[in-house]
Write a protein that binds this ligand. Sequence first.
Ligand SMILES: [Fe+2]
Ligand SMILES: [Fe+2]
Length: 246
Amino acid sequence: MTQQTHPHADTNPLSTSAFLQREQQATLDTPRYPYSFLAKVFFFGMDVLAGKKDDLPKAKLLEILASIPYRVWEIRHYVKQTRQYRNHGAVARAQDVISWGRDAQDNEYLHLRVIHEKMLADGIRDKWYLSAFVSGAAVLSYAIIARTMAFFSQRRAFLFNAEFENHAEGVYARLVVDNPQWETQPVDNPFVKQYADVDTWADVFRRISLDERDHMNSSFAFCGKAEHIHQYEGMPPIPNPPSHLA
Ligand SMILES: [Fe+2]
Ligand SMILES: [Fe+2]
């Protein structure tokens, strides 16, 4: 993993409450991607394990799993770079995936830490499925799925991740709606402030939702489905963009 970065820590106009509220509404107004059978089975499995209702412990599980595909791809593409070191084009393409994967997994890890801080502040305890044994089994299962998928089709692996991220974006946008008390809860935790310098917990979770959209957009770009990228004002550059987006 790279050194942890805090992309939303400065007085970034993309972290203002008005901007985040507008983009949360855009998420809520946008129909979810028509999920594949595989993705539906995956989300169903999450519901069976953690319950249908989205809450912070379930979001924690989501974040524990979220970084796995990026880590799998990072390792795979380092191997590719070593095997194909004579081919500059292949090395550069692999580097695009590695650089994005490293940024994204660091970002997912920050989400996990932020959720943990919120649960500590609210006195919410981990649920049974967050025990080392159960969450470890979930991690192992997802790592096997991610490796298998990438082995047979890296493109499909990117698309599956786009579905995962699309789902996560919606989860966080709805969590903010379901928890109106967050609108007036000030953020005074220095670690969370480092992640996103916003005033309320509602905006922290809006920022996480938007991070998930950015992950989804990059996943769609990498799998050649740029038409599904959710464009918005001030969005970060998409790695290795298809030519019509460059
Ligand atoms: Fe995340
Ligand atoms: Fe994500």
